[in-house]
Design a protein around this ligand. Structure first.
Ligand SMILES: [Fe+2]
Length: 344
């Protein structure tokens, strides 16, 4: 018997750490939990060595404070063992680069902000090996997403429409536009491999979102089968109607018993041209976080629950990826009928 899976991933992880501008004088911590993929820990460790950097593989106990099962949801609640352990936090703060191989990551855990403030860069990796390799970032992806961020920053209204009936008006003031480009190369930066997207955190949006057949509900990793209409007022979901998936969403919001469950969170559009809409159908749910759906070029991605800009802490986080939408920002088209402007 032999196991070459980590060696097979070494080139991709090395390229990824090079994109994170890892240098030979820097310190890398490969963070894992017992349920992490062993081949990823080995590949990240080997890649850090290949870059000539100092490396420590740190494994901490599993378990998150989130009430939902830990199956690569994207909720990013962090690990209780790190949230409660200042020694672990100090180790992460002292690193130049953390390769986060935990099952859920720390994106919505406030402690991550403290670690980033220390100048540490964090790259989170969770999806299946061929998803990582197919969507290996390119350096120029960053310039592309920054264009979208600049547009959002200087604009006041984003409008989202679709032939299915979506018509949403989003106020952009104070919405903190951000991006993901698949690598973390600036001090204090978090990013996710793979991802290429532009997003913002608006407070107020009004209108209607109509999910069409084939749109993707995350973290359930399920396709919409029957259209769902969501009435939105003041950034809040007032009413959800439709078939089975409408029922599913209403049940999720009720079961969450969370004051922010029906509030909108981040929204934006994907630019990852290598993404595969059918990855959600072709992999087991435990193999994927679903970045093919979240970052798919020309999607409209919106979400519910936590809103760090408004100080709303919530574990009830849905990401919903839609095809066939048009997104315009102060009259500039960024997505037209589900394709990036210029790609139609
Ligand atoms: Fe999200």
């Amino acid at each position: 018997m032999f196991d070459l899976s980590s060696v097979d991933l070494l080139d991709a992880f090395t390229r990824e750490l090079q994109l994170c501008k890892l240098t030979s004088t820097e310190h890398v911590v490969v963070l894992s939990e017992p349920g992490s993929r062993g081949d990823y820990v080995a590949a990240a460790f080997g890649a850090a060595k290949a870059c000539g950097a100092h490396v420590i593989a740190a494994t901490v106990p599993g378990g998150t404070p989130a009430p939902m099962p830990s199956t690569h949801t994207g909720a990013g609640p962090g690990l209780t063992s790190v949230l409660n352990d200042t020694t672990a936090q100090e180790l992460l703060k002292s690193a130049d680069l953390v390769v986060d191989l935990t099952r859920e990551g720390f994106i919505h855990a406030p402690v991550q902000q403290e670690i980033l403030k220390a100048g540490t860069r964090i790259i989170f990796v969770c999806d299946a090996p061929d998803v990582l390799i197919r969507n290996l970032p390119k350096e120029e992806d960053k310039a592309q997403v920054l264009q979208g961020v600049d547009l959002l920053k200087r604009s006041s209204v984003m409008r989202v429409t679709s032939k299915a009936g979506t018509d949403l008006t989003v106020r952009l003031s104070g919405s903190h536009p951000e991006f993901q480009c698949g690598f973390a190369d600036d001090p204090g930066r978090w990013d996710h491999w793979p991802s290429t997207m532009v997003l913002c955190w608006p407070e107020i949006s009004d209108g209607r979102i109509v999910l069409a057949e084939g749109d993707i509900l995350l973290p359930f990793k399920e396709y919409v089968r029957t259209p769902v209409t969501l009435e939105i007022s003041g950034g809040h979901i007032e009413k959800v109607t439709g078939g089975a998936e409408a029922e599913l969403l209403n049940t999720f919001f009720d079961d969450a018993r969370d004051e922010w469950a029906r509030s909108l969170s981040h929204m934006g559009w994907g630019l990852m041209r290598t993404a595969d809409w059918f990855a959600t159908a072709m992999y087991g749910k435990d193999e994927l976080m679903g970045m093919d759906a979240r970052a798919f070029a020309g999607n409209f991605l919106w979400s519910t629950g936590p809103h760090p800009v408004l100080g709303r802490e919530s574990y009830a986080h849905l990401d919903i990826a839609m095809r066939g939408c048009s997104v315009s920002v102060d009259g500039t088209d960024t997505v037209v009928n589900g394709k990036l402007a210029g790609d139609e």
